[in-house]
Design a protein around this ligand. Structure first.
Ligand code: NAI
Length: 267
């Protein structure tokens, strides 16, 4: 049985992922702002550093997998927080835990991106670039300035929609760029991303409210149903299994067909 760190373990997809791993007999180190083994704010450099240190202490320096699930949604008022939590949080955590993953016989990492990265038409290329450069301070400043310049009718609906989609796209690109470097690939540490669609969790409900109908949702829901946290946890578990041997740098849409409906001819 293995030892796995799961961020965002107190709610939604992270809680479902932690539960599935625990049921399978693994040791899970949960990380969250509250109700977790490791309490840390992954939106700050100090919080990420202390999370890495505590996880390494709890696992004894060898980790079989990390599921970086923690994140915030487009309804978050401060666009800079969205960028810090959704992009710089998972990136710093995984970089800090890479050597511990490499010590495992089958180190695995999975992050949660979003199908917003491909379906929201408000991706800010300059923000994506700043994220990928690793320049958090400039990315935060840029996100706030871009948010302030956005039409009120857009920000009234989802104040950080552009920062959200951009942070998730940057994270997906970071996964693809990083997974194939020798430090990850040749060390046998596989790194993949899941791009969920509309999954009913507190995060989603904070944007949509409780009155939900897949047939009148703002994105197509071809299966006629929203996702459950367990639907994402299933794939998190698959990516973390030692048997998941020949896939890295992939982005798996787990979105009930939304991306395929909106971009049928994209790969
Ligand atoms: P959730 O709100 O149920 O769970 C998110 C967890 O992350 C919470 O326990 C929260 O405390 C934790 N978290 C937030 N900020 C944190 C911080 N600064 N430091 C440490 N922990 C923090 O949300 P859900 O829906 O389960 O979200 C999981 C991931 O899925 C997020 O990355 C989200 O952006 C992403 N996502 C969600 C979608 C949805 O429809 N629910 C769609 C696509 C992506």
């Amino acid at each position: 049985m293995g030892t796995y760190a799961v961020t965002g373990s107190a709610s939604g997809m992270g809680a479902a992922s932690a539960a599935l791993l625990t049921e399978a007999g693994h040791t899970v180190i949960g990380v969250d702002l509250r109700d977790a083994d490791v309490i840390a704010d992954l939106g700050t450099a100090e919080g990420r550093a202390s999370a890495v240190e505590e996880i390494l202490g709890a696992c004894g320096g060898t980790l079989d997998g990390v599921a970086a699930v923690a994140g915030v949604g487009a309804s978050m008022k401060d666009a800079a927080t969205v960028v810090s939590v959704n992009h710089f949080g998972p990136v710093a955590l995984l970089e800090g835990l890479r050597l511990a993953l490499a010590r495992s016989e089958a180190g695995r990492a999975v992050v949660i991106s979003s199908n917003s990265a491909s379906t929201v038409p408000l991706v800010d290329d300059a923000l994506v670039e700043l994220c990928l450069k690793g320049d958090e301070e400039s990315a935060r400043r840029h996100a706030r300035e871009a948010q302030a310049a956005m039409p009120a009718e857009v920000t009234a609906f989802a104040p950080s929609i552009s920062a959200y989609a951009s942070s998730k796209l940057a994270l997906a690109h970071w996964v693809r760029r990083t997974a194939v470097t020798p430090e990850w690939g040749r060390e046998g540490v596989l790194l993949n991303a899941i791009a969920p669609g509309a999954v009913v969790t507190p995060l989603m409900l904070s944007s949509t409210g409780e009155d939900l109908d897949p047939d009148s949702f703002h994105t197509p829901m071809p299966l006629g149903t929203f996702g459950k946290p367990e639907d994402i946890a299933f794939w998190v578990h698959q990516f973390l299994r030692p048997e998941a041997r020949f896939t890295t740098g992939s982005i798996l849409y787990v979105d009930g067909g939304t991306d395929a409906a909106m971009r049928p001819d994209a790969q």
